[in-house]
Design a protein around this ligand. Structure first.
Ligand code: DX5
Ligand code: ZN
Length: 221
């Protein structure tokens, strides 16, 4: 069995009580905090920035996984690194110089990754595998929590898994959007090891019950 990680997205948390929310979800078994950054330009929504990352940093020990849905990308990378991010991913369409953005993230001491929208081809991986620590596949169109999983993503997960295995490198394969207790095993079977879930966890009163149920599903995947 792979080493699976569950990464609750705080997009569906109660922003008025964010410190408490991240503490509670880590106590409930979260491995990573997924932090969705939207700019009302690359995606049609506006969320949280480095100040909020800095504010939650002292509340949790687990890695903070910053998913940048912003354009341009490079200007904001150092700010998130200083704010305590451990992983920073961006969408290749949003960067003029993908290799440079990946290197910039690594130069600031963070793990680096590319994010693929449902219709974005994986060929952006071709010449940068050596600079990747993580690949994030969107299973919804980015911008909002609570959307339905797009099943076509499963083929893409399998293809990304083939590419990672062929590279021989230790690259995380994360999937984001519409992940629930009832589909997480399918996504794992396709080859993913890291699962973002926003509404499935923060939309329920008992975070531990959901995370435990997800782990049970993963154990059978
Ligand atoms: C969407 C975000 C996701 C979102 C997932 O643009 O990147 O991380 O919060 O939310 P759910 O799990 O509700 O689909
Ligand atoms: Zn996300």
């Amino acid at each position: 069995m792979r080493n699976y990680r569950i990464a609750p997205s705080i997009l569906s948390a109660d922003f008025a009580r964010l410190g408490e929310e991240v503490r509670n979800v880590v106590a409930a078994g979260a491995d990573i905090i997924h932090f969705d950054v939207m700019d009302n330009h690359y995606v049609p929504n506006l969320t949280i920035g480095p100040l909020v990352c800095e504010a939650i940093r002292p509340h949790v020990q687990v890695p903070i996984d910053v998913h940048l849905m912003v354009k341009p990308v490079d200007r904001i990378i150092p700010d998130f690194a200083k704010a305590g991010a451990n992983i920073i991913t961006f969408h290749p369409e949003a960067s003029e110089h993908i290799d440079r953005s990946l290197q910039l993230i690594r130069d600031h001491g963070c793990k680096a990754g590319l994010v693929f929208n449902p219709a974005t081809p994986l060929h952006y991986l071709d010449h940068v595998m050596d600079k990747l620590d993580i690949i994030l596949l969107m299973s919804v169109n980015p911008g909002f929590g609570g959307q339905s999983f797009i099943p076509e993503t499963l083929k893409k997960v399998a293809e990304a898994r083939r590419r990672i295995d062929a590279s021989g490198r230790d690259i995380m394969l994360e999937v984001d959007g519409g992940i629930k207790v009832d589909n997480i095993a399918q996504v794992a079977a396709a080859g993913a090891d890291t699962f973002v879930a926003g509404s499935a966890i923060f939309g329920k009163p008992d975070y531990k019950a959901v995370i435990d149920a997800m782990r049970t599903q993963l154990a059978g995947a």
